[in-house]
Design a protein around this ligand. Sequence first.
Ligand SMILES: [Zn+2]
Length: 150
Amino acid sequence: MGIINDVNSLEPMTAMKCNQFIRECVKEGINVVINETLREEITHLIYFIQGALADIKSKNPNIYNELNALRKKHKFWDISETEANKRVTWTLNSLHFTGKAFDAAPLNNKGQVDWNPSDETKKKMAECAVRVGLYPGLNFGDWPHFENRG
Ligand SMILES: [Zn+2]
């Protein structure tokens, strides 16, 4: 329940490539943190409804509170209306379900997750992924996402 970020929850070959990816990033001077690995379908559905709520608000002004109640029940943090309106996934068939995808982001020099890295950093991370046989989500506009299509 909630967000799983344990590399060992990944399918074994993907876990191996994930660890190689982390090492390749270090070689490039990028310290990455693995934010999410295996994902339960309920977690994905909670993500999926983000970005779809603005249309509903005219019929249900309480929709954001309902979303946060659902998120709290499943051990997610509270999100603002702005964040709730931002679409974060475009599929209901994710490789995260089978442990063949993970999300990673660089750390800044304060050791915090940097959700707005430079294009150069995103590109370097994608190159590190390709080197170890992973497919980078950057290719379809989802830079923190990496998947094992093999
Ligand atoms: Zn992902």
